[in-house]
Every structure is written in C-alpha cells, then in structure tokens.
Design a protein around this ligand. Structure first.
Ligand SMILES: Cc1cc2nc3c(=O)[nH]c(=O)nc-3n(C[C@H](O)[C@H](O)[C@H](O)COP(=O)(O)OP(=O)(O)OC[C@H]3O[C@@H](n4cnc5c(N)ncnc54)[C@H](O)[C@@H]3O)c2cc1C
Length: 433
C-alpha cells in the first residue's frame, strides 16, 4: 500500500497500553502515529489510583525526575465492614523504595504522551477511530471521521469496550458478568488533614480496599486512595449484580461514603469530581484472540487485568511494550502476518501477565458464587467478634462468645459452611497449584 497517509504503525488509544506500544516503536526507529479520541491523553480516563513502578521503569527509567507522582504508597489497609463498624488490617512499608504510587490519570497519561512525543511518536488527539480498514483479511489501516490512514501494523489499545477488536471479530461484546462498573469521587482536603487522618507524611500515601457493609451481597469492592490534596473514594461492582439487584452505583457509593469509618476519612471535604468507567473482570478465561494479520490487541482491550490485586496499568504498559517489540521484529523480517505477530502472545505467556492471569483465572467465578459469604457475612462476623473482644461492660465474656458461636452457625447452615470451605480451598489451591 503506497499512500501519503501511510505510516509504519498506528496505535489507537493513548492510555498506558497505547503510549507504551508507541514509545517502544518510536525508540526502535519506526514511524508511529498515536491516535486518541480525547482532546488530550487522559481526558477520558479514570481509574482508582495506583501505578506500579516496575512497569513504569521499563518504559521511563528516569520518571521520578519529572513525573506527576501524587504520593508513594507506603500503607495498604484492608477494611472489613458491617453496617456500623469496621476492622482494618494495615500493612505499613518503611522501605526506602516503594513499589507503587498514586497518580491522577489526567496528569499521568498526559505526561507519558509528552515523553513519547519527545522520543518521536506523532500524537493525534481529538480523533475518534471509527473503524479498522481490512483488506483481504489483513488489517491495513484506520478510518476516522475525516480520513483514512494506513500502516503495516495497527495496535488496538482502545480500552475495555474495544469496539475495534469486536469489529474485526477478535472479541465479543463485553458481558455484564465479566465486567465491573467503577464509580469514583475525588474529594478535596488540605494536605495536612490528609496526613493527619491517614497517618502519613507529605510524600507517603495510603491505599484502602473495603469489603462488606453497604457492598454486601454483591461482587463489589470499595477503594480509597490519597492524592496530595484530595482523596479518591470509589467502588468497583459487577455489572450483572448491579443489574439483577437493581442497584444504582452512585447510591451504593453514597452508602459506602456514609459508613462512619469511611465518612471519618473524607469529612469536611469538597467534591471535585465524579466519574465512572468499566473494568474488565473476565481475566484469563475471557481473553480475546490477541492478534491477527496486521494487528495486535493490548491492555484492557485484551482483558489484561488482575482484579484481585487491582493491577491493570502495569499489565497495560507491559503488554504495550511487548506489542511494540513484536512490531519492531516484524519490520526486521518484513512479515506482518500472524506467523510473526504470534510472538506477542509468547512474550505475554513468558511474563507475569499471563502467568498471573492463569493463576487467578477462577477467583472471580468462585467469589461470584459465594459473595454473600466472603464479601458480606464473614466481614460482618469479624466486626462482631472484635466488638465482643473489646467491650468491657461487666458481663462475663464466656456467655457472649457462646452466643456469638451459636449465632454464627444458626445463620449459616452446615451445608453453606461446607460450600464456603470448598470455595476457600479452591481459591487457595487455585492460586498455589
Ligand atoms: C474504577 C477503576 C479503578 C482502577 N484502579 C486501578 C489501580 O488502582 N491500579 C491499576 O493498575 N489499574 C486500575 N484500574 C485499571 C486500569 O485503569 C486499566 O487497566 C488501564 O487503564 C488500562 O489501560 P489501557 O491503555 O489498556 O486502556 P485505557 O486506559 O482505557 O485507555 C484507552 C484509551 O483509548 C482511547 N480510545 C478508546 N476508543 C478510541 C477510539 N475509537 N479512537 C481513539 N481513541 C480511543 C480512550 O480515550 C483512552 O485514552 C482501574 C480501573 C477502574 C475503572
């Protein structure tokens, strides 16, 4: 194909996956256009809040000199809720180097693209790719509202919905059971208030995962992250559960925010922003075909998210890097067919990405059959136990513990407990085998 609208590689989507693919290709000496529908990178993007250093360092080794890091995550808390109480386990890290940091996507994505442009990526914002152009079974370009552009390779990094990968038959429409809806509020608070409430200094940050309480009975987790001058509070809830239980996500978030233990962390703040975004939950079992003649699929578009550990940006970045490296090898061999692009999948298989996704492939399915237990009943019971354990009221303890134990078994039949036990074993052995 010879055309003035022809380049070596087109990358669609300037999220973490797309920018990583594009910068890898530009550094390898090939011409690459990065097309983004937002009027700047990050304009359309939201997430919880944590970026992982191992992935960033592979792409931008000197990022600490200029990247918009809000705070380094030094404290990870797991908060089990019932309606009024909470039990929190906190892991605090005093290492000199942290492994993750909180960043705001509108700033972070923009910074990444600025670095990529310095390395030779041609960035085209404000441009929606409507279609992929396919000729004789091979992807050869893209179609926007105004024009057609052609390339030897197109990298599809258009995120969780990936209409483009659907259009060429690489994946199906997203299924509610395999998708979560994330909703988030960013609440402005003075830096000193955040430091004091979360027990941090100005560089340190906190990450919270919240289970149970208002989220009970559905496959849903809450999260809290500290920015420098604001706190992000959100939930990720399975779309199917929201639909079946007819729950509005913003109402669920409002309930979570009004829980006394959560309200205490955000009290007095000013709402800066409300946003919503889908999260792929299907993992390994729902992964699409990752390549075809002339194209590769990366990041969320390829369902590369490990929900159990809130890891998505690192998988997006490294998958983008692998696709970029594969593209460079394809140019060396002048072969843009599946015979060459299958190398991309091999790279993923040999990395933590497909190894971890394989390890965790049953977690969401198992949890979805036992949500009322693991994400509702047990967190509530832990809170009840600590209520008894910490209460001195002149009543003897033994009677209280006997009542607690009887209640525990009365509200959960032996059959239910047996099923929970089997699921717990499956979870543990699924991960260890
Ligand atoms: C609520 C929530 C919390 C999360 N928390 C975390 C977390 O704490 N840590 C973590 O690592 N991950 C987290 N994730 C997951 C993480 O955000 C994603 O895995 C990651 O952003 C995927 O990157 P990506 O580049 O594949 O896709 P995206 O970041 O979605 O980027 C896709 C880009 O493509 C553009 N685009 C889409 N269609 C087109 C088109 N047709 N034409 C042109 N441009 C297009 C979009 O505008 C966007 O810029 C969270 C996600 C959500 C929703």
């Amino acid at each position: 194909m010879v055309s003035e609208n022809k380049t070596d590689v087109i990358v669609v989507g300037a999220g973490p996956a797309g920018v990583s693919a594009a910068v890898t290709i530009a550094r390898g000496g090939k011409k690459v256009i990065l097309v983004e529908r937002g009027n700047f990178a990050g304009a359309k993007n939201m997430y919880g809040g944590v970026i992982y250093e191992h992935a960033v360092k592979e792409l931008f080794p000197d990022f600490l000199e200029s990247a918009p890091v809000e705070r380094f995550v030094t404290s990870h808390s797991y908060m089990l809720l019932d309606d009024e109480q909470s039990t929190t386990i906190t892991y605090k890290n005093h290492k000199e180097m942290q492994n993750s940091f909180v960043a705001i996507r509108a700033k972070w994505d923009r910074w990444c693209v600025e670095q990529a442009v310095k390395d030779g990526v041609y960035f085209v914002p404000d441009t929606l790719v409507n279609k992929l152009i396919v000729e004789q079974g091979k992807v050869v370009g893209i179609k926007t509202d105004l024009e057609e552009y052609f390339a030897d390779i197109v990298i599809i990094a258009d995120g969780v919905n990936s209409l483009l990968a659907q259009q060429i038959g690489l994946r199906d429409e997203i299924k509610p059971k395999q998708t979560a809806l994330g909703v988030k509020e960013v609440i402005k608070l003075p830096e000193e208030v955040i430091n004091q409430r979360f027990g941090l200094n100005s560089k340190e940050g906190a990450a919270y995962e919240l289970v149970g309480g208002p989220l009970s009975g559905m496959l849903a987790l809450g999260f809290i992250y500290t920015n420098k001058n604001s706190v992000a509070v959100g939930i990720g809830a399975c779309l199917e559960d929201l639909k079946v239980q007819k729950i509005k996500p913003y109402e669920l978030l409002a309930k979570l925010k009004s829980h006394p233990s959560v309200a205490a962390l955000t009290e007095g703040g000013e709402l800066l922003e409300y946003s919503a975004h889908l999260i792929p939950e299907g993992g390994y079992n729902a992964m699409p075909k990752l390549y075809t003649d002339g194209a590769m699929v990366v990041g969320d578009a390829a369902m590369l998210v490990n929900n159990a550990h809130f890891e998505g940006t690192n998988m997006a970045m490294i998958s983008g890097k692998f696709a970029g490296e594969t593209a460079l090898e394809a140019f060396e061999k002048n072969d843009f067919s599946v015979n060459m692009l299958c190398l991309y999948r091999k790279k993923l298989e040999n990395s933590f990405i497909l190894k971890d996704l394989k390890t965790y492939r049953s977690v969401v399915d198992i949890l979805s059959t036992r949500t009322s237990s693991f994400l509702g009943y047990y967190p509530q019971k832990v809170c009840e136990f600590f209520d008894i354990f910490t209460t001195a009221d002149g009543i003897e303890k033994r009677g209280k513990f006997v009542k607690f134990t009887k209640d525990f078994f009365r509200k959960r039949s032996l059959a239910e407990l047996f099923k929970d036990g089997i699921s717990a074993i499956k979870l543990v052995f699924g991960v260890l085998k």
